[in-house]
Write a protein that binds this ligand. Structure first.
Ligand code: PGA
Length: 248
């Protein structure tokens, strides 16, 4: 049985003080839930959130990592540095990083391998642009991202990876994929994972949908068979909204 996993992606929002205020409010709202929850925050907020969520089952994630252990890489952060803070998850290959920061399937692959060599579970993002969807290339695009991103990663490691399907046209646009569109692609992802690995491995892997998930559409999305969770951007910035999504 896959445990539903809902993660927030704060992107470049919130100072430490704002993160602390969020954590206080969120902990106040957070009751028992069967849903695994995490907040993926800017690097500067990670230590604060780890401290704030200590003793709860709310996990903390980063939004990027470098694939080398250490070295002359100005501005970068290593997996070991994230582990040292107590981070549990790390987003890899978000479309904003692919678009603005030259992230490629090859660097995604290296980053996944680096994280998997340690203790942090990757959240690997895949998804097509509007143009690719309109051209009927969405499925080929996502299959290619999975094939290249997961190259050389064995089944034993793959089960630790969370796949987030995020159609670029639905991110921050208010234009959500319909639950059926999201389900169709998540089912396609599961089938691709069966091809790349095997049925048991694919069955175990968590597949999230992301793109304009909010309290009003969370139930419909989470009720889909092949969708095991959500990666939530804008709506994760408000404790109340994020809590409503978790309570879908
Ligand atoms: P959004 O972002 O929920 O604001 O659309 C999702 C994401 O980019 O992970």
């Amino acid at each position: 049985m896959r445990v539903p996993f809902i993660a927030g992606n704060w992107k470049m929002f919130k100072t430490r003080e704002e993160a602390r205020a969020f954590a206080a409010e969120f902990k106040g709202l957070y009751g028992g839930t069967d849903v695994q929850t995490a907040i993926c925050a800017p690097f500067t907020d990670l230590e604060t959130l780890v401290e704030e969520f200590r003793g709860t089952d709310i996990k903390v994630g980063a939004q990027n990592v470098h694939f080398e252990d250490e070295g002359a890489y100005t501005g970068e952060i290593s997996a070991a540095m994230l582990e040292d803070i107590g981070v549990d998850f790390c987003i890899v290959g978000h479309s904003e990083r692919r678009q603005y920061f030259a992230e490629t399937d090859e660097t995604v692959n290296l980053k996944l391998k680096k994280l998997l060599a340690g203790t942090i579970r990757p959240i690997m993002c895949v998804g097509e642009s509007l143009e690719e969807r309109d051209d009927g290339k969405a499925f080929d695009k996502v299959r290619g991202q999975l094939q290249k991103g997961l190259e050389g990663i064995g089944a034993g490691d793959a089960v630790k990876i969370v796949i987030a399907y995020e159609p670029i046209w639905a991110i921050g646009t208010g234009r959500t994929a319909t639950p059926q569109q999201a389900e169709e692609m998540c089912a396609f992802i599961r089938n691709t994972l069966i091809e790349l690995y095997d049925e048991d491995t694919a069955d175990e892997m968590i597949i999230q949908y992301g793109g304009s998930v909010k309290p009003a559409n969370a139930t419909d999305i989470m009720n889909m068979d092949e969708i095991d969770g959500a990666l939530v951007g804008g709506a994760s910035l408000k404790a109340k909204d994020f809590m409503e999504i978790i309570d879908f």
